[in-house]
Design a protein around this ligand. Structure first.
Ligand SMILES: Cc1cc2nc3c(=O)[nH]c(=O)nc-3n(C[C@H](O)[C@H](O)[C@H](O)COP(=O)(O)OP(=O)(O)OC[C@H]3O[C@@H](n4cnc5c(N)ncnc54)[C@H](O)[C@@H]3O)c2cc1C
Length: 533
């Protein structure tokens, strides 16, 4: 059996595996992605890409390419609403347009692009960055020891096997994650609550849409519960059916038991409110609506990301986004451990920081599912809904490496409309002027550690220059101008103070005022942020 070596092996090359590949590639970490399927996604699935996810792609220069691909698939910024049927009564608008009220929170917009549209952009970028993406290749075994992980990867075409020796493995192998199973990691949560189907069909729905720009259309009618999305030309779409209701009002979530063409056409006509519309069924997929997260997100040198560690119903459009954000967190940590700037303990913070985000997001998706689609699951013990922007931009990542301040009650999320920039929070967006060009403060983050220093400070740049890890210092008023004058208050940084932002754009430490020694304060903060012994 032939053998290759790679710093990082990624098991699974769909949305999260490919994102992990580009994030690592952008940080100069070579990696190998093994994907069982012969190519990128053939089913649309995720479409709502949220602001935080777009910020991560923006940080590696991919935002524009993704926006362009998105514009080819959908008229952007549509509404999310519920209806009795597409032709019938509108019940409620969740969003008049998907960016309503969140424009000021980020330089990035929420966009709509399916995995069919997004994954090829990620694949092309991965290849450009030198990531070795191998299709039709399945990881059939994994064994880890003190120095690395040995995997056997089998070609699905020829059956040939190759041994891959990696320092670390990312398991991005989806909801049934063979990698998680191999590690014996169980799941917690609500389990499976609907045997749902997605019906891909062709039909001329344009006359039913009229001049409405609709991104997601929930359907609550006397016969079924689910949701629609349509293609840009109004000639195709899919209908998810989560539950059916019979003539006596009995509800069934065993939808997948009948996927006959006749039944699927009937479901589409009922949900469209068009009893005679010609409909061609292209494909029907059966899947389980679940709301679970893994007991652990890592085991030794194997780190799990995406649906392998959190599966949630599509209500909210959080699933794929949370996975991409796992990958973004993992990428800088792996890069820092592999190049020796961080201690190996930094990788333990992946589980500590991302698992609470995962379980919180799963609960948010589950609450939305129960309230919107299936109240019969029971409204007791639901986590109260926090708004989408909070789920997307307001989650907090806390671990020993983050220097929580005295008196901080360690809340796990906050409203991003009132950001605090406390350690553990995403460093908030602020429009700034740099050398006469308007940009976002967020555009300073992404490459390495960044120190944002107060306007009247003087010693930070020199202190940063004495460190053995690059920390780029920007002084308010000099290196960026904030016409609104909000920087000091927004970031909690007085004249002599500073905020240390990690390569993933999260605040890890800050000081309001000038410390006794900038050099010592910064060196201590950096050592903690990098889990150095
Ligand atoms: C109808 C629907 C709508 C959705 N809408 C949204 C939305 O709007 N926004 C959102 O964020 N999310 C949404 N989601 C969720 C989203 O699709 C998933 O969260 C996302 O696809 C997870 O990506 P992943 O890469 O973690 O897993 P997957 O997409 O499941 O990919 C795992 C990959 O691993 C590969 N693999 C498995 N085992 C091996 C092995 N041993 N060797 C090699 N490869 C292997 C598989 O072939 C697969 O390609 C939706 C889901 C559905 C069903």
């Amino acid at each position: 059996m032939s053998e290759v070596e790679t710093p990082v092996l990624i098991v699974g090359g769909s949305l999260v595996g490919l994102s992990a590949g580009v994030f690592l590639g952008a940080r100069g970490v070579p990696c190998l992605v093994a994907e069982r399927h012969p190519g990128t996604a053939i089913h649309p699935r995720a479409a709502l890409v949220n602001q935080r996810t777009m910020e991560t792609y923006r940080a590696i220069g991919l935002e524009q390419a993704i926006e362009e691909a998105a514009a080819r698939e959908f008229v952007q910024n549509g509404a999310i609403l519920s209806v009795e049927s597409l032709a019938g009564k509108e019940l409620d608008y969740y969003f008049r347009n998907i960016n309503e009220g969140v424009e000021a929170l980020s330089p990035s917009k929420r966009i709509f692009i399916t995995q069919i549209g997004l994954e090829p952009v990620l694949l092309a970028e991965a290849k450009r960055l030198g990531v070795d993406v191998q299709h039709s290749r399945e990881v059939v075994s994994l064994e880890q020891d003190a120095d690395g992980v040995t995997a056997v990867v089998r070609s699905r075409d020829s059956g040939d096997e190759q041994r891959v020796r990696a320092r670390y493995v990312i398991g991005a192998d989806g909801p049934r994650s063979p990698t998680r199973e191999r590690l014996g990691i169980g799941t917690l949560g609500h389990g499976s609550f609907s045997d749902s189907i997605t019906i891909y069909f062709r039909a001329d729905v344009m006359p039913l849409l009229g001049d409405r720009n609709l991104s997601v259309i929930y359907v609550f009618n006397p016969n079924l519960v689910g949701f629609f999305r349509f293609s840009i030309d109004g000639q195709a779409g899919f209908l998810v059916v989560n539950a059916t209701i019979d003539q006596y009002g009995n509800r069934s979530v065993a939808v997948g038991e009948d996927m006959s063409e006749e039944t699927c056409i009937e479901y589409c006509r009922l949900a469209l409110g068009a009893p005679d519309l010609p409909i061609e069924i292209e494909n029907v997929q059966r899947w389980s609506s679940m709301a679970d997260w893994a007991e652990r997100f890592s085991e030794g040198r194997v780190l799990l990301a995406g649906d392998s560690v959190h599966v949630m119903p599509p209500t909210g459009g959080f699933g794929g986004n949370t996975g991409v954000q796992d990958a973004y967190d993992l990428a800088w940590k792996l890069a820092a451990v592999l190049d020796g700037t961080a201690g190996p303990g930094l990788l333990d913070t992946y589980d500590t920081e991302r698992r609470p985000v995962g379980s919180f997001t799963v609960e948010q998706a589950y609450t939305r599912y129960v309230l919107r689609l299936d109240p019969s699951l029971g409204k007791e013990n639901l986590m109260p809904i926090v708004d989408e922007a909070t789920v997307e931009l307001g989650y907090r990542q806390l671990s020993d490496s983050v220097q929580v301040e005295d008196g901080d009650e360690r809340a796990l999320w906050e409203d991003p409309r009132e950001p605090t920039a406390r350690p553990g929070m995403r460093a908030p967006h602020l429009p700034v002027d740099r050398n006469g060009t308007s940009s976002s403060l967020l555009d300073l983050f992404g490459d390495g550690f960044v120190l944002l220093a107060g306007e009247g400070s003087s010693g930070w740049e020199e202190a940063a220059g004495r460190l053995d890890v690059p920390v780029t210092t920007y002084r308010a008023g000099t290196d960026f101008r904030d016409d609104s004058g909000r920087f000091a208050e927004l970031y909690g940084v007085g004249d002599g103070g500073a905020t240390l932002v990690r390569p993933d754009g999260f605040v890890t430490w800050r000081t309001q005022g000038r410390p006794e020694s900038e050099g010592e304060a910064l060196a201590d903060a950096l050592a903690a942020a990098l889990a150095r012994e």
